[in-house]
Design a binder for this molecule. Structure first.
Ligand SMILES: [Zn+2]
Length: 205
């Protein structure tokens, strides 16, 4: 860049711009192929690298095109790539207080009383636990498994075994923790409405 002469720059820049666009299109196609693979992470090409290449191609093209505009008297400002940073997140300082000096109950379910987690969808409460076993006091039925991008271990999907007979909609997702494969991270969705809990739940009242 910067070595062009005003007379010739427009046509030669146009050519280079077209070349850049073709390059960009090719890389975008590669990215598309990459994203279409069911399992990412075979390591050959990284999506991030392709995106960087596409963006570089766009920037290059824009600068070539804008130098054309300059000749016709228009000023084309190319804005630097703007990155949206910092989605407004609620401070959430209040939530953390629930993890105080061990005096509070260890049952996370108790805290899921209405009004505690306003950010969550009211239809499906969820919470996460970490445990050396994927078993808990409920009977679950595995219904799926998914390889997560960049994760070493697949995520397994379970639903309450009482879904067909009692309509219990509780589900959970279990995944081994990459840094500590002896531990499982479990994310629970919804409360059990099956008989197993019916008696247990009354203790909270
Ligand atoms: Zn259940």
């Amino acid at each position: 860049m910067g070595t062009f002469l005003p007379e010739k720059s427009c046509s030669s820049n146009r050519k280079r711009a077209v070349e850049e666009m073709i390059k960009g299109r090719d890389v975008a196609t590669q990215l598309q192929n990459l994203l279409q693979k069911p399992c990412g992470g075979d390591g050959s090409v990284l999506a991030e690298e392709l995106v960087v290449e596409i963006l570089r191609s766009f920037t290059q093209t824009l600068s070539l095109m804008s130098s054309c505009c300059d000749e016709s008297g228009e000023v084309c400002q190319i804005p630097a790539t703007t990155t949206q940073v910092g989605s407004p997140s609620c401070g959430g300082g209040g939530d953390l207080r629930s993890v105080d000096s061990g005096e509070s109950s260890k049952m996370p379910a108790v805290k899921d009383r209405r009004g505690c987690y306003k950010r969550k969808k009211s239809t499906s409460e969820s919470w996460i636990t970490v445990s050396p076993t994927m078993e808990d006091s409920y009977a679950w039925r595995k219904y799926g498994q998914k390889q997560i991008l960049k994760a070493k271990f697949p995520r397994c999907y379970f639903r309450c075994t009482h879904k067909p007979d009692q309509g219990c909609l509780a589900t959970k997702q279990v995944q081994k923790i990459q840094e500590d494969p002896n531990m499982y991270q479990t994310k629970y969705f919804g409360f059990h409405t099956c008989g197993a809990l019916a008696s247990r739940k009354q203790h909270y009242y």
